[in-house]
Structures are given as structure tokens and as C-alpha cells.
Design a protein around this ligand. Structure first.
Ligand code: ATR
Length: 284
């Protein structure tokens, strides 16, 4: 039993399904401990058809903050009193903050990636970006790149029409050059700066999979980012590194989306030394 839980403990949590492999509880409970705050962060597996009841129940229980993960990031938007402009553009919410009149929705995935890129001196501004994939994660990446004033966004996806829809969606909000190509049209891409891999291809246990097998592709850019963090080096990143590129995996994005959520829930800014300590503890 956790001896630290008492009558003043506030509950935070994660709603999704499946959630067995999440590392969010480690991030948030470590942050709470290091910041000496009386919080506990709990994963809640919510079955299909139960989301409305779960959110209503969470509010009744005064749960101060929730993260939302697959498959509810879009559906949860119907349960909120307000959504931030960025979350609205992305069309997905991953963080809920309690208010007396209901939960407010945020999307910290894009901001998590933004901080991770800044920390690793990867600049979106004026860069030509290739996004691999056109699902929920790609939407957050695309809107971030456009917001940060990148020069061009090329979306490569198995289903070209989904890439085209995402490209149009981005242009509704931002004045940026976009194009959409199929995975089989990679030879058509002209040289660019950064490739951001957003699909689940290569994720554990399928560690030998790689969405881009075309060798020429790896000669056309110089920075490779994969949102996957398990394994820490996907086949895509291994291939990019073999071609002399700078590489970055999704661990810091995951960490900072959690940090941003924690800051939103508590209206605080967490000192850099504490973040470094928590990150070191998580890695070890
Ligand atoms: P997420 O919300 O995590 O981004 P998603 O919305 O299911 O997940 O999107 C997954 C992305 O990975 C999509 O771009 C998908 O391509 P399609 O739009 O063609 O479905 C891509 N993807 C998943 N499995 C794939 C595979 N085996 N080959 C190629 N693309 C794949």
C-alpha cells in the first residue's frame, strides 16, 4: 500500500484501451514525488461505449486532470466545455483539465514534439519536412510544422487520399506549401531537410519493419525523427544513421507531452533541473 496517500491526495489519470504498456504513470508519479505534490496518477482502462460515463464519473469524483490515449483522443472532444485552438486544428485532445463547469481539452503531443526538437537543435522554421503517415499522430506533427513556419510539408502515406485530406486540412489554417504522395511514389520526392516517421511501423515487437525501404530516400535529407520510442532505434532510424544522418526517437516527445500536461493541470512551470532528474530516473 502507498503510505503517502491520504485525505488530501488528488487523483490524476489516463483513459484509454489498451493501456497496459503505458509509461505515463511513471512520468507523472515521479514528477509528483520530485515536486513534493500530493498527487497520484492512475491508468483507467475504459471499455468501448463507456467513455461518456467515464468522463462524467471522473468529474463527479473531482479528478483534476486526465490524459486521453488511443482510441479516444477524437471521441473525447464531445465531452468537453472548451478546446484549445491547437487541439481544434489537430482534431484530437490528449489532456483534460478539470474546471467547475466541466473539462477543458488540450493537445500536448504537438508541444511535446516541439520541445523535443528544440532540445535537440532541430529547427522546423524554413525547413522542408516529409511526414511519413497521415493518421492522428501525423496530424499533430503537420499542424506543428505549419505553425512553426516550415517551408514545405510532403506527406507520404500508403493511402494517398488520407495524405491529401491532411494536406488540405493544414492549408485551411496555415499558408504553407504541401504535397501528398503514396509510399510507392517516394522516388518523386526532391531533396528536403527532415523526415518525421509517424506510423506504428517498426514498433516493438515488429522491430524489423520499416515503412521506407527505398535506399535513395535516405540520400535526400539529413535529419530523421521517429515518434516510436520502443525500440529506441527503429529500423527507420538505423537506416538513417547508416546514411550519416542525425536521428531522434520519440522518447522525449512522450516525456514532454506528459510534462506539459502536468504543468497545465497545476498552472506551474517545472524547473529544468527537476525535469533532468526525472528523465534520468526514467531512463535508468
Ligand atoms: P495514429 O493515431 O497513431 O497516428 P492511425 O490513425 O491508425 O494511428 O494511423 C496510422 C498510420 O500508419 C496511417 O497513416 C496508416 O496508413 P493508412 O492511412 O494507409 O492506413 C499507417 N500504417 C499503419 N500500418 C501500415 C502498414 N502496414 N503499411 C503502411 N502504412 C501503415
Amino acid at each position: 500500500m502507498n503510505q503517502n496517500i491520504n485525505g488530501n491526495t488528488k487523483v490524476l489519470g489516463l483513459i484509454g484501451n489498451p493501456i497496459e504498456h503505458t509509461i505515463s504513470p511513471s512520468i507523472h508519479n515521479l514528477l509528483a514525488t520530485k515536486l513534493n505534490m500530493n498527487y497520484v496518477y492512475v491508468p483507467f482502462k475504459v471499455d468501448d461505449g463507456m467513455l461518456d460515463k467515464a468522463i462524467e464519473g471522473a468529474r463527479a469524483l473531482n479528478i483534476q486532470g486526465l490524459n486521453i490515449t488511443v482510441p479516444y483522443k477524437e471521441q473525447v472532444m464531445d465531452n468537453l466545455i472548451k478546446i484549445t485552438p491547437l487541439a481544434e486544428q489537430i482534431g484530437a485532445v490528449n489532456t483534460l483539465k478539470y474546471t467547475e463547469s466541466g473539462y477543458v481539452g488540450y493537445n500536448t503531443d504537438a508541444e511535446g514534439l516541439n520541445i523535443s526538437l528544440i532540445n535537440n537543435s532541430i529547427q522546423l522554421k524554413n525547413s522542408k519536412i516529409v511526414i511519413i503517415g497521415a493518421g492522428g499522430a501525423a496530424k499533430a506533427v503537420g499542424m506543428l510544422c505549419a505553425r512553426e513556419k516550415c517551408k514545405k510539408i510532403t506527406i507520404i502515406n500508403r493511402t494517398v487520399i488520407k495524405g491529401e485530406i491532411l494536406a488540405n486540412n493544414i492549408r485551411q489554417y496555415y499558408d504553407v506549401e504541401t504535397e501528398a504522395l503514396g509510399l510507392d511514389e517516394i522516388h518523386k520526392i526532391s531533396p528536403f531537410d527532415i523526415a518525421i516517421q509517424t506510423t506504428p511501423i517498426g514498433m516493438s515487437p515488429n522491430v524489423h519493419d520499416n515503412p521506407v525501404k527505398n535506399d535513395d530516400f535516405y540520400k535526400k535529407f539529413h535529419i530523421a525523427v521517429d515518434l516510436i520510442y520502443n525500440p529506441s532505434k527503429t529500423k527507420f532510424l538505423v537506416e538513417a544513421e547508416r546514411n550519416g544522418m542525425k536521428i531522434l526517437n520519440g522518447f522525449q516527445m512522450l516525456f514532454y507531452q506528459g510534462v506539459k500536461a502536468y504543468e497545465i493541470w497545476n498552472d506551474i512551470s517545472i524547473p529544468e533541473e527537476i525535469l533532468k532528474e526525472v528523465m534520468t530516473d526514467l531512463i535508468n
